[in-house]
Design a protein around this ligand. Structure first.
Ligand SMILES: C[S@@+](CC[C@H](N)C(=O)[O-])C[C@H]1O[C@@H](n2cnc3c(N)ncnc32)[C@H](O)[C@@H]1O
Length: 214
């Protein structure tokens, strides 16, 4: 599904189109070492299956390694990413899975059709003021009782990244997120908090927040 992109969405697309190949050859190995993150994803998968196993949308799926991991846990899943080059890399790496170009706010899913939404380090390009629209879209697409799992960098304000994934010419802004603040935004959108995990991370603190549509 194609829509007009905001400035920050366009910036994210440019950046990840540029780094798609190096991202695909470096980050999946880091995920393989992320024992705590994968534990949260395992809990999310178990809850989705127990809730009927409706499909999960992996939003900002990158090269598809987390999407494939979820499929391995028995969850029907498809990936969505704003970067066409990243979606091409995901399709090449995991031809058995479905990956589409799209955004966090334009889910190609009927109302209540999804069993889960995963946003694994993909909300970091969305300005705070635009998060309510993202959460409203997830709420629309999720079935009652459906779960959403978010992974993000903890902090306040923004950080400008200059050079990423082996590309000096790439730069973009990321949002640092306060867990309590985003939990309150999700509550306002109709989600109930289920679990919050905080991790020291290597360069900055990280958090995983699990919520359920009331
Ligand atoms: C840091 S990467 C995370 C990728 C993957 N989830 C992972 O864990 O490796 C962020 C991803 O989100 C995508 N992205 C950023 N903003 C997006 C948006 N508004 N809608 C959809 N995808 C987005 C980027 O293209 C990129 O692939």
């Amino acid at each position: 599904m194609e829509t007009t992109l905001s400035d920050r969405e366009a910036e994210a697309r440019r950046a990840y189109d540029a780094v798609a190949e190096t991202y695909a050859t470096t980050v999946p190995a880091l995920f393989a070492q992320d024992v705590c993150g994968r534990a949260m994803i395992a809990a999310f998968a178990e809850l989705v299956v127990a809730g009927g196993g409706g499909p999960v949308a992996d939003l900002g799926c990158g090269p598809g390694h987390v999407t494939a991991h979820l499929r391995g846990l028995g969850v029907p899943v498809f990936g969505v990413d704003i970067s066409p080059a990243t979606v091409s890399a995901a399709r090449r790496a995991h031809p058995e899975l479905r990956f589409e170009v799209g955004t966090l706010t334009t889910l190609d899913a009927a109302d209540g059709a999804l069993g889960g939404v995963l946003s694994w380090w993909s909300l970091l390009h969305t300005p705070r003021a635009e998060r309510p629209a993202v959460f409203a879209e997830w709420h629309r697409a999720l079935a009652p009782g459906g779960h959403a799992l978010l992974g993000f960098h903890v902090g306040a304000g923004q950080s400008r990244v200059r050079g990423a994934y082996g590309h000096d010419g790439v730069d973009y802004t990321i949002e640092l997120i306060q867990p309590e603040e985003v939990a309150a935004e999700l509550a306002a959108a109709g989600f109930v908090r289920q679990a919050l995990m905080r991790l020291p991370g290597t360069r900055r603190e990280q958090a995983c927040l699990l919520v359920r549509k009331a």
